[in-house]
Design a protein around this ligand. Structure first.
Ligand SMILES: Cc1cc2nc3c(=O)[nH]c(=O)nc-3n(C[C@H](O)[C@H](O)[C@H](O)COP(=O)(O)OP(=O)(O)OC[C@H]3O[C@@H](n4cnc5c(N)ncnc54)[C@H](O)[C@@H]3O)c2cc1C
Length: 386
């Protein structure tokens, strides 16, 4: 494996540095107007959807340039490239791969411009890990599908204009995977109701979504009828192929190390405590292991191969790290740990209390640790299916 960057890639890094020096809003001054200006500038640079084909308005950038771009953005703590998170992460790539020309023209520019949000209607009350057992039903009626059923844990459903939705179009038990179809649904349609769910950290960022004779035009089907599973696998591969996730973890580790410098344990700065130091170093080592594993996906991508089950290794490490870092931050705070945001004397304005209660977002969302272990056991280690 060659860890060096080519002169062209280093020249591109220089271009990114220059752009950031000239345009990055200061961390403390990121009000909505300066973030909007930033979004416009990075869109003009074609750095939003950087790796998407030029024909759909993307940057046509290659994989290594994308790595350089993401690394430099993360190092300088820049705002995200584009504001339509799910649109950029998997809805857009799925539309580019499976969409009609009309769908591409209708949705891709808005995703790149961040005009509105997308949400993802996959999970149901009895279909999470075993997603292919989903029951939400769509029946063809002329040039529409009529949808009835329920989704749950739908992140940002309250603020989204569109949803990528999986429905069952065949009741034949032999068609488990082939009986699933993907529809693109406008959230303000009649027959669709959103009920927010409050999480244990006090936020309400996900919801239940109910469908009651919702009518969806056939032209809003993504891919063929019965092809929804393939569309989803391809969409989720985009979710899991990023190596940028380690930068977020590194930033948390840096901030927790700083916290350990300011909080005291046994009369000394907590960072001098051997137990705390060991855990900080262990977390750093684990992040480095994730970075190197990320290089494995990258190598595969550079060879034109599909990224496979090795992404589950990073998902599993990340789940463990999110829990470990949250617990460590609270331990470092000692007697201040039980304080909540808003309490007097709570360190870092209660940021770590919220962090420690937010682990389900990354640990459960996108596949639980048990499911990742099953994938690693069966598809990497070749163990029999349990
Ligand atoms: C913060 C957050 C955001 C989310 N956002 C979305 C979203 O936007 N859209 C969406 O569709 N979904 C979303 N989800 C749902 C998420 O995808 C599911 O929660 C996840 O797939 C697990 O499904 P489940 O909750 O039904 O748990 P289950 O599948 O019922 O699992 C329950 C327990 O059983 C274990 N288990 C299940 N099957 C196996 C097995 N075969 N072997 C070993 N153990 C097993 C699991 O590991 C888990 O511990 C979100 C979840 C969270 C927490």
């Amino acid at each position: 494996m060659d860890f060096e960057f080519t002169p062209e890639e280093e020249a591109f890094r220089g271009e990114v540095h220059k752009f950031l020096d000239e345009n990055l809003p200061a961390e403390g001054g990121r009000d909505p107007a300066s973030v909007a200006k930033w979004n416009k500038l990075v869109r003009e640079k074609r750095w939003v959807g950087f790796s998407w084909p030029v024909e759909v308005g993307g940057g046509g950038g290659d994989i290594m340039q994308q790595v350089v771009l993401k690394e430099e953005m993360a190092r300088r703590k820049a705002p995200p490239l584009g504001s339509c998170f799910m649109g950029l992460a998997w809805v857009g790539p799925a539309i580019i791969e499976y969409g009609t020309e009309e769908q591409k023209q209708k949705f891709i520019p808005d995703i790149l411009d961040g005009k509105y949000q997308w949400c993802t209607g996959y999970s149901e009350p009895d279909s999470g890990s075993d997603l292919a057992s989903l029951k939400c039903k769509a029946v063809r009626d002329g040039d529409h599908y009529v949808v009835n059923g329920q989704k749950i844990w739908t992140s940002i459903a309250m603020w989204s204009k569109w949803m990528i939705l999986l429905v069952r179009t065949s009741a034949n038990p032999d068609d488990k995977h082939d009986g699933i179809t993907c529809l693109l649904v406008e959230m303000d349609s009649d027959g669709l109701e959103v009920r927010p769910i409050k999480n244990m950290a006090g936020g309400a960022m996900f919801a239940e979504v109910f469908f009651n004779d919702l009518r969806v035009p056939v032209e809003n089907r993504l891919g063929d009828e019965g092809q929804g599973w393939r569309v989803t696998i391809s969409a989720l591969a985009h979710e899991r192929s990023g190596i940028a996730e380690i930068h977020g973890l590194l930033r948390s580790l840096e901030a927790i190390t700083e916290l350990a410098r300011t909080c005291r344990k046994n009369g000394k700065p907590a960072v001098e405590d051997p137990g705390i130091r060991r855990r900080l170093v262990k977390a750093g080592t684990r992040i480095e292991a994730m970075r190197l594993n990320g290089m494995r996906f990258l190598t595969k991508q550079l060879k034109g191969e599909k990224v496979g089950p090795e992404t589950s290794i990073n998902k599993l490490h990340r789940a463990a790290l999110e829990i470990e870092l949250g617990e460590l931050a609270l331990e470092i705070q000692g007697s201040a740990a039980p304080l909540m945001k808003g309490a007097a004397d709570v360190p870092d304005d209660g940021r770590w209390q919220t962090f420690a209660l937010s682990w389900p977002e990354v640990v459960i969302g996108g596949g639980t640790p048990n499911i990742q272990k099953n994938i690693i056991a069966e598809r990497i280690l070749g163990l029999p299916k349990d």
